[in-house]
Write a protein that binds this ligand. Structure first.
Ligand code: FES
Ligand code: FES
Length: 185
């Protein structure tokens, strides 16, 4: 049974190791902030999560490939939506329907972890995610603004409201997983 760490929580999946990580996150862990579109037959990026510091499309890797790795989803990026990318996306109104937003936020967060002052070209290269609503121009400004906040040369007043449900609460009663060391283990 594949074991990995998701949002700081060690989990063991009682699932087919060939299942795409995307569906394990959504269906077993109830972490539905990671979105699904073509489910492996697309490269839209709505399913982007951070795996060992790198933004990856979770529909493209299996649970077996994620074995032993450290996965962060949008729910784990910050518990209260206080991450600078989240705040800057709201401040710059770089969200319309919002379906692409979690994947874009994760790709942007991974970019800023390695380069907190990205150029427009850096952003376009690191965030090839599709947005059918066309938020791209605002997205560049939002990512650069988040970078300035991370470098502490700008403060973004808190705009993104905290979610009503925590990731831990969402995953509380899911039978398809066990936490190593727990009573069910
Ligand atoms: S659902 Fe994963 S790339 Fe589109
Ligand atoms: S905001 Fe609608 S798809 Fe990007």
């Amino acid at each position: 049974m594949p074991r990995l760490t998701v949002n700081d929580r060690p989990v063991e999946f009682d699932l087919d190791p060939e299942m795409p990580l995307l569906y394990a996150l959504r269906e077993a862990l109830n972490l539905t902030g990671t979105k699904a579109a073509g489910g492996g037959d697309c490269s839209c990026g709505v399913c982007t999560v951070i795996v060992d510091g790198t933004a990856l499309r979770s529909c493209k890797i299996t649970l077996a490939e994620a074995e032993g790795r450290y996965v962060t989803t949008i729910e784990g990026l910050s518990r209260d939506r206080s991450h600078p990318v989240q705040q800057a996306m709201v401040a710059e109104q770089a969200i319309q329907c919002g379906y692409c937003t979690p994947g874009i936020v994760m790709a942007a967060a991974a970019l800023l972890q390695r380069n907190a002052a990205p150029s427009k070209a850096d952003i376009i290269e690191a965030i090839p995610n599709m947005c059918r609503c066309g938020v791209y121009p605002r997205l560049v400004e939002a990512v650069q603004r988040a970078g300035r906040a991370l470098r502490e040369i700008e403060r973004i007043n808190s705009l993104a409201a905290p979610p009503g449900t925590s990731a831990a609460e969402a995953a509380e009663t899911v039978p398809a997983i066990t936490a190593p060391g727990s009573a069910e283990d």
